[in-house]
Ligand binder design. Sequence first.
Ligand code: KG4
Ligand code: ZN
Length: 343
Amino acid sequence: MLLLGIETSCDETAVAVLENRQVRADLIASQDDLHAAFGGIVPELASRRHLEVLPTMVTEAMSGAQVTWTDLDGIAVTVAPGLIGALLVGLAYAKGIAFAHNRPLIGVNHLEGHLLVAMLEHPDLTPPFIGLVVSGGHTSLYFVEQVGQYRLLGATRDDAAGEAFDKGAKLLQLGYPGGPLIDRLAATGDRTRLRFPRPKLRRKGSPFEVGAYDLSFSGLKTALAQQLARPQSGLSSIRVEDYAAAFQYRIIEELVDRLAVAAHDLQCDRIVVAGGVAANRGLRARLDTLARKEGLRCFIPRMRYCTDNAVMIAWAGMQRAWRGEKDDLALNATAVAELGSGT
Ligand code: KG4
Ligand code: ZN
C-alpha cells in the first residue's frame, strides 16, 4: 500500500509518501518565520503560505520517493480539526490530484494521526492503550480501544498545554513558539523558588463520564501574570529560568497526573504521548520516571513525528485504506472535530 499524505491544518505544510511502514518521503515546511512577529498564528497568512508551497512540495516528495501518480494507492489528507482556511487549501489540492489522476481520496482526522504514529515506529505497540495528544491546539486524553475506536477521557477546558507554554513565554517576553524556549530555560531554573496553584477540577465516578479527566491551564497563565506584576517578585528578583522551571513543572504535573490516574483506573499499562509538547525534555524525563515507578510502557514518537508532519497523516490514512475505506469528492473540512465520545 502506497499513500501520499498531505497536512496543512495549522502552521506547518507537510507532505509524505509512505509505503506500508516505510517512509519514502517526509517533507515539512515550518511557517514559524511568518508568524513569529505576531506572537501567534495568523490564520489568513497560514492559508496563503500553504497555497504557495504545497504544489512544489508534492512534486518534490513524489520525485524524492521515485513514485508516479499511478503507483499511488491513495491520497490521505487532513480534514479536521484545524484552521478552516488552512485545512481547505490541503483538501482542495488533494481533491484536485485525486480527481485528475483518478486516485482514491482518504480524509484523516489530525488527532488520529498524532495518536497512531507511535504504532508506525513501534510495531509491538497495539491497542488498547491510553493516548495523550498535547499540542498548541489540543490537550486530549483518549482510550484507544482499537484503531478507529476512541473514547475521549478528558480534554482541556480552556487553553491547550502548548498554548499555555506559548502564552507563558509571551508573558516572560521570550518569543514564539514558547514551548522550546521555556523547555531550554527550565533546565537550569529552580522551580522551588515560586509555586503555581493547581486547578481544582472535580473528578467524577466512571472513567468514561464526560470530563472525568479534564484539565485546565488558563489559571496558570493568570497566576504567572500576577506573579510578574508583583514588584518584589518581578523578573529582577527571581530569575527567568526559575519562572520557566516552575511554570513548566506545573503543566507537566497536570499531564502526568491524568495519565497515571487513567492508566490505573483503566488497568492499562501502555501509554502514548504525542503532539508538539511531547518534545518537552522535562515531560519526557517525568514520563520515564512514571513508567519505571508504575510498571508502565510509555511510547513517545521521535521528535519529528511529535510535531505536525504528514507521515502521521499517511499512516492514519493507511489504517482506513487497509479497512477498504475511502471518501468521495464531496468530502469537506471541519474546524472542530473531537475524536471519540465521552459517553
Ligand atoms: O503539534 P504541534 O507542532 O502543532 C499543533 O498542532 O499545535 O505543537 C506545537 C506546540 C506549540 O505550542 C509549541 O510551543 C509546543 O508544541 N512545543 C513545546 C516544545 N516544542 C514544541 N512545548 C514544550 N516543550 C517543547 N520542547
Ligand atoms: Zn498537531
